[in-house]
Design a protein around this ligand. Structure first.
Ligand code: PMP
Length: 361
């Protein structure tokens, strides 16, 4: 057998990067990945199982996912004149967008931000430019963004609204200024829209370069892998050429359609999560040694002040609670941890474990 030379086989940027890491949550309270902690009520689950019988497993799924697209339009109030592109999670849409760009294009995003914007840009050999957020409050540094846009002329800008991992909504006026000067596409990533009282969907008719991306993951359907992009038809027409045929499988199409037509239970779960978010934030604000940040999402960013976050993270894990350690990313995330809002008993277990970690380092 010939000796394979990986260095000759793969591009240097692939060899240099690490695969997206997912922590093993076995036997742990899982508060690391912004999932909805609730399952489905028994009656809904029963009705869904009945529904699944209509799924023709021997056939390819509807390539345009028409019924599901209509349900998404209705449940998200997507302007009638806007087009829609569905993806296998919004991750796939981030990839589709970047695959369609010229090889020398620049992709830009504020940092810290969602890691896949950069990961995909690097994997495709595109240029990536991160623009630091203001350290105090994680707001967009508008002069720095405008200067970076002027000098780098990005083909694509991602703005997560609310932002992951900081949890805040950027100033809407600043986003409008970026939309007005950006020479290329601006994707407002509304992954956390179910927990935020703000959206740019209504702005779609005003900005031809605006695309709004959403996902059903945070609403409670992370297992289905379904995201969507709304925007100008002429732009989406180009992106559809890059999309793989049948990228939304029939189980996802039928299940997401079913869930959206019964979405009252998902919306009730979302309201619970928002209420729990308030309770955790209040508890964290009373906790000595912790700085916590306001959130319009289903997670909270916090910083340890007197302890190393790495140690607090390990202590929590040893006590059976898995959250996300952001401290290794450094910069403004030094000593930062991110906790996803769980069920009340999970959140209480997290708070108790955190108090314990701070008192018994
Ligand atoms: N955008 C943001 C801001 C996210 O935080 C995430 C997931 N953590 C995604 C997109 C991807 O979501 P999905 O692929 O599950 O739709």
């Amino acid at each position: 057998m010939p000796n394979l030379n990986l260095t000759a086989l793969f591009r240097p940027e692939i060899l240099a990067m690490s695969a997206y890491h997912v922590a093993d949550a076995h036997n742990l309270i899982k508060l690391d990945a912004m999932e909805n902690p609730y399952g489905w009520p028994a009656d809904i689950q029963q009705a869904w199982l009945e529904h699944l019988k209509d799924c023709p497993m021997n056939r390819y799924p509807d390539p345009e996912a028409k019924a599901l697209s209509e349900a998404l339009r209705a449940s998200n109030n997507i302007p009638a004149e806007s087009g829609l592109l569905l993806g296998n999670g919004s991750d796939e849409i981030i990839q589709i967008l970047q695959m369609a760009l010229p090889g020398n294009a620049t992709v830009m995003a504020p940092e810290p931000g969602f890691v896949m914007y950069k990961q995909i840009a690097l994997s495709l050999g595109l240029r990536y430019q991160g623009v630091p957020l203001l350290a105090d409050g994680f707001e967009l540094d508008l002069p720095a963004m405008l200067a970076a846009i002027e000098s780098s002329q990005p083909s694509l800008i991602f703005l997560a609204y609310p932002n992951n991992p900081t949890g805040n909504l950027f100033d809407a006026g600043a986003i409008r200024e970026i939309l007005a000067v950006a020479p290329g596409l601006v994707v407002v990533d509304e992954a956390y829209a179910p927990f935020a009282d703000a959206s740019f969907l209504g702005e779609l008719p005003n900005y031809p370069n605006l695309l709004v991306m959403r996902t059903v993951s945070k609403l409670g359907l992370a297992g289905l892998r379904l995201g969507f992009l709304a925007g100008d038809n002429a732009i989406l027409e180009q992106l559809h050429k890059v999309r793989l045929p049948y990228n939304i499988n029939c189980l996802t199409q039928i299940t997401a359609h079913f869930a959206l037509t019964h979405q009252h239970f998902l919306l009730a779960q979302t309201r619970n999560i928002c209420q729990q978010r308030g309770e955790i934030l209040a508890a964290l604000q009373d906790m000595a040694g912790i700085e916590s940040y306001p959130s319009a999402a289903n997670f909270i960013l916090l910083r340890t002040l007197a302890h190393a976050a790495d140690e607090v993270f390990i202590s929590l894990k040893n006590q059976g609670v898995l959250i996300k350690n952001l401290s290794p990313q450094g910069g403004v995330l030094h000593n930062c941890l991110r906790v996803t809002i769980g069920k009340q008993e999970e959140n209480r277990a997290f708070l108790a474990a955190l108090r314990n970690a701070l008192q018994n380092p």
